[in-house]
Write a protein that binds this ligand. Sequence first.
Ligand SMILES: [Mg+2]
Length: 211
Amino acid sequence: MTLRRPWAHRIAVGTVSAAALVALAVPAEAATPATATSTSTSTAAAEDVDYGTWQQDCQAVMNQALPYLKQRIAGTKPGEKQAIVFDIDNTTLETDFGFSYPQPANRPVLEVAKYAQEHGVSLFFVTARPGIIASVTDYNLKHVGYQVSGLYVRNFLDLFKNVAEYKTAQRVAIENKGYTIIANVGNSATDLSGGHAEKTYKLPDYDGQLS
Ligand SMILES: [Mg+2]
């Protein structure tokens, strides 16, 4: 794994991506999602981490997750409502590779998600994305094939909280709705710390370079 760009570049790209997403939120709030057009504002992020390597690394993790999930789902207890919690950026969507809207699904993760949703598991998405882009995010996830049982974005007060604490609190809220979280999938340590999931699956973030 060779990372060809320095930190400063990554931070700049992240800022562009976040700003572009917020900009996209405005027309999507005003119009139906079907009118959204594909835009490409930056492809620089893809230069940081080789796309093929990233996909291979994600596939390797999902190759661990799928056999477990098949077994766990087959053993669903009577009355048990199973759920999987997913991070969004660089987990369920290809956020940092050839930025566009709608963002493509991260294929290895989508394949596992599809198996789960086709077998009665509810999918919940917990993201540090701000609430202003909730509708474009919801549309994006559904557009690429995810069945969204719940999408948790950060509201104004949540923006001041530690990300790991915020994400853990959302998993507690999901459990309080009666779900058993059989797996939590994310690419940052802050997606997965704090418990409230039977298993965690960590996708690569390359030392924090992928959000
Ligand atoms: Mg992420």
